[in-house]
Ligand binder design. Sequence first.
Ligand SMILES: [Cu+2]
Length: 322
Amino acid sequence: MAIRFFLVCMMSIALHQGAVAHGGVVQEEDLCVIKVNYLRAHFKIYQPRVTGHEQFCEDLPAASESVFVMEYQHDALTTMPIDFRIIRDVTGQGRFARMEDVQQIDDIDSVTVFYQPATTEPDVFTIIHEFIEEGDFIGIVTATHPETDKVYAAVFPFEVGFTGVGYWPFFIAVLVLLQLQYLVMSGRLKRWRAGRRSGATAVLVVCALLFSAPDTVLAEEGELRVTYTTPAGEPEINTLHSWILHVESSLGAPIENAKIEVVGGMPEHDHGLPTRPRVTQELGDGNYRLDGMRFHMSGYWEITVTITTDDSKSVVVIPLRL
Ligand SMILES: [Cu+2]
C-alpha cells in the first residue's frame, strides 16, 4: 500500500467551493473562446496519450482520448446547467455548420458520439471522450438559463485526424443574451461574485501559510490535518482511482460525520480535474473513501478539501506533484 503523508494547513473560514483560481492575462490571448454575449469561457483540448500537455483549441491530431476543458470567465455561466454533445458532421456544411444546420438533423441521437447531460459546474467544465475514428465532428454546447429556461447554444465544427495547415478558431460563437445581461447587472449576482472573490483570497492566505510557515499553522487553533492513502498504489496518469482521506484534529482526534467536498486542478495551467471526485463512504475513525480521482497529466496539482462539520467549515489544500 502506498502511503503518502501530506499535510496541511487549515483555517476555519467560510469559503466558497470554487477554490481553484482561474483567469489570467495569458488567457486573454487564448483564441479558444466560447462567447455568450460578452460572457466568455476559455476552451482547450488535450490528447494526453498522443500529445501529452499540448493544448488544442481547434482540430485534433488523432482519434484518441480527448479531454475537453471549458473554464468560465464569467460567473453567470456557473449558475447555468450546461450540456455537451459531439456529433458526426452530417450537415454537409463542414466548417460552416451552424445551429440551424444542426437543428435540421432528424435523429440527432443516431449521429451522437458523446453526450454529457446538463450539469452545473463551478469554474470548470470537463468532459473526456475517446474518438474511435477520424473524421469531421461538431461540438454543441447548450446552456440553459436557470430562471427563464431559455436555451443558448454554441456550435463548433472540428476535425479529428487533422493533418492540414488550415487555421480556425475552435469556438466561433454565439448569442445575444439580454437576460444574462440583466442577471449580471442585478444585485444578487454582484453580491454572489463578491462572496466568491473573498473566498479565493482566503485560499491564497491558506496556501501562503502552508508554504511559508507550516509549523506555525499546525499550532493554530481550529486546524485540521488531512492525510491520504492510495490503496491501489501510486496514482498513475489517466487512471481512475480512489483515495482514503483521513481527517483529524491537530491533537489527533478523528473527525467523524463530516461532509467533505473535493476539487482540484493545476494552478499553473489554469484547469481543473477531468473528473468530479466524490466522498462515497465514511469508513469510521476519521477515514473517508474518495472515489473518482483521476489526473490527466503530470505536473503540479493542488487538491482542495473542504470539510464541513456541525460547527465549522474548513479548507485544506494538498499540494501534489505527479
Ligand atoms: Cu495541466
